[in-house]
Design a protein around this ligand. Structure first.
Ligand code: ATP
Length: 322
């Protein structure tokens, strides 16, 4: 569905070159739901704008929905839906009319555009508000209407640029449910950008981590976490001496694990820790050491980003939003 090779985009700002996207090699297969995750300024939107033909690449190639973005942008545009950040709010038209106009703009007959608008209004839960003016809709409703606009011509591929930014947690969860349902019902291939870690984790089958214009990881959320960050097993002992013994002798601790002690507590950080924990407990028992409490914390995508870049995505995003 998407294949890029060395995709690159530079901007020149006051004689300084900004390398927004640097040599991206990306493949998205039909039906996938892929999230591009990265801090503000990482190059996510620029990538999306090249894939949707809104911005010509400086170098490299991209084939999207069967056509080259530079050679055949019209063919690409007719086969994709694109919902950018903050699609022009403040419209005085009714939502339903906007949908029909959009459908007409894509070459549907009025009758077909109306039928498709009705279908999308129902499936995106807009029945109660579709006849209100767009400017009166809440952020979540407006976002759902934006998605309906992007889907009016039934594209096999949909791009969503930060669909949940600015929404409260409840509306975010609701929008995510709608995105999942779209995929389940129509098999639409979806590529979205986000800087919400939990959104990438829960919604996407594949997460492509972008930093400073480069892809630094590409895998399922589960594999990213198991490959790039360890589970944290925290063991509590009756006595500090037991904890010290465990650390000094690395009792039951797999090679490569990071071990730290704080008083009677030992933290073992190791990929796949959840499945190693039973053996660890057995080994300690065999050594006659009593464990009084065990806690296992699974890693987050933030731990992955931290291990890959040395920075926390959470903090990076906060700084840039401040
Ligand atoms: N039109 C432009 N002119 C100059 N620089 C630009 C332009 N568009 C983007 N950039 C720069 O390119 C880099 C990547 O920006 P981009 O918007 O792609 O990042 P992003 O990952 O989508 O960030 P965000 O999460 O904030 O949307 C940034 O340094 C940005 O300032």
């Amino acid at each position: 569905m998407i294949r890029t090779s060395g995709l690159t985009r530079h901007f020149t700002v006051r004689k300084q070159v900004v390398e927004a996207v640097r040599g991206l090699d990306l493949t998205v297969r039909p039906g996938e739901l892929v999230a591009l995750l990265g801090p503000n300024g990482a190059g996510k939107s620029t990538t999306l704008r090249m894939l949707t033909t809104l911005l010509p690449p400086t170098a490299g190639t991209a084939e999207v929905a069967g056509h080259d973005v530079a050679a055949d942008p019209r063919a690409v545009r007719s086969r994709i839906g694109y919902i950018g950040q903050g699609n022009g709010a403040g419209h005085s038209q009714r939502g339903r009319d906007e949908l029909v106009s959009q459908g007409r703009a894509y070459g549907l007959s009025t009758r077909a555009a109306k039928a498709r608008a009705d279908e999308l209004v129902a499936s995106l839960d807009l029945t109660a508000v579709a006849d209100r003016t767009v400017s009166s809709l809440s952020g979540g409703q407006r976002r759902r209407l934006d998605i309906a606009m992007g889907l009016i011509h039934t594209p096999p591929l949909l791009f969503l640029d930060e669909p949940s930014t600015g929404l409260d947690p409840q509306n975010r969860a609701n929008l995510q449910d709608h995105i999942r349902a779209l995929r389940a019902e129509h098999g639409t291939t979806i590529v979205l950008t986000t800087h919400y870690l939990d959104e990438a984790d829960q919604l996407a089958e594949r997460v492509i981590v972008i930093d400073h214009g480069r892809m630094i990881a590409d895998d399922t959320p589960a594999r990213l976490k198991s490959d790039h960050a360890g589970d944290r097993i925290t063991l509590t002992f009756d006595r500090d001496a037991d904890a010290t013994q465990v650390v000094d002798r690395r009792l039951g601790v797999a090679g490569g694990a990071r071990v730290e002690r704080a008083g009677p507590r030992v933290t073992v950080e190791v990929p796949g820790g959840a499945s190693l924990a039973p053996k660890l407990l057995r080994d300690l028992d065999d050594a006659g050491i009593t464990v009084t409490a065990v806690e296992i914390a699974r890693p987050t995508l933030d731990d992955v980003f931290l291990n890959l870049t040395g920075r926390s995505l959470r903090e990076t995003s906060k700084e840039n939003q401040a």
